[in-house]
Design a binder for this molecule. Sequence first.
Ligand code: UT7
Length: 342
Amino acid sequence: MAVILCGLGGCLPPQAIDNQEISKGLDTTPEWIESRTGIRERRMVSAGIGVRELAIKAGARAIASAGGRRIDALVVATTSPERICPAVAPEVAARLELGDIAAYDMTSACSGFVYGLATAAGLIAAGIADTVLLIGAEAFTTFVNPHDRSTRPIFGDGAGAVVLRRGEAEEAGSLGCFDLGSDGGRSDLLAIPAGGSRQRGASGGLGHGNVAADEFFLHMEGRAVYEQAVARMAASAQAVLDRAQWSMEQVDWFVGHQANVRILQTVAFELGLEPEKVAVNIERLGNTLTASIPLLLNDLALRGDLQAGQRVLVSAFGAGLSWGSTVLRWPQLNTRDSEWQD
Ligand code: UT7
């Protein structure tokens, strides 16, 4: 038994904001943003749009790419939930007319898509589902302080989705083993301090008035996160390659979470991977958290850069701290661009 990737889709909100525009009112420059992160523009949701609409469009496209295959379970990985309760996945399942299937959200920040792949693979391996739709969806720009130059330019919104089904190991699209890890001792390096149960107390939220507004936005110690990202992604990617018994030379593409182009280049250098094997689309989308890996796969597939049978190394790192890697043999897939309009 193996888990096969058989569908892929993405969705981006239509509004693109370039570095010139995002720099307005911030003590930064377009040049600083591009040279330190690799980002030139990002997409942002407009008022009233949350992850649900992005997830629905990405999910529908992934199902179409899988030839309209019946879905048994839906997992939505998100760091920017539509509402604190309930999960958005049941609403997405209903809007996609998937029937009364298992549908739930999961949170593992920027590693959420890799954790989601492992979760979906587990559902299939356990015989709970034959086919799983996994969506990484984010409207995280709504959780970023518009006045914080160290986080505001970095993040972007979007959703990416894959369909995974039960199959055989020799089939194209087969997912390999996983390496997953976490370090909660460093959780404060990247966190949204307020909005959860810790601040609500026994009064059930009535104490909110005492919490500074800034506490509801992301706080990030960029340099320390950067160093952890490089160390953890490089170690995790190497661990999964060892487990899969793939050599570095056999890897055709390194599809890493798009947080900073310099992180990706440094991880590749530490792994001894040729720079041209590092897949990048951060210049156009910024850091889209759980959506970044499927959106990047979609871009690569659409450009014709990903060929059936190629070996793909996937790795992610994010808040938690958390990280994860997996390997994948690329399948023959039809997909379409991730633009908003139908
Ligand atoms: O998605 C997974 C989690 N997130 C990440 O992996 C992000 C990891 N971190 C990074 O990508 C980088 O650390 C940043 C892009 C956030 C920052 O780049 P850096 O080269 O690591 O800068 P730094 O944090 O070391 O800061 C250097 C200087 C500081 O000024 P001082 O203390 O040297 O005077 C910052 O205040 O750059 C300053 N700075 C800025 N300057 C102009 C920070 N942000 C900006 C900005 N414009 N936007």
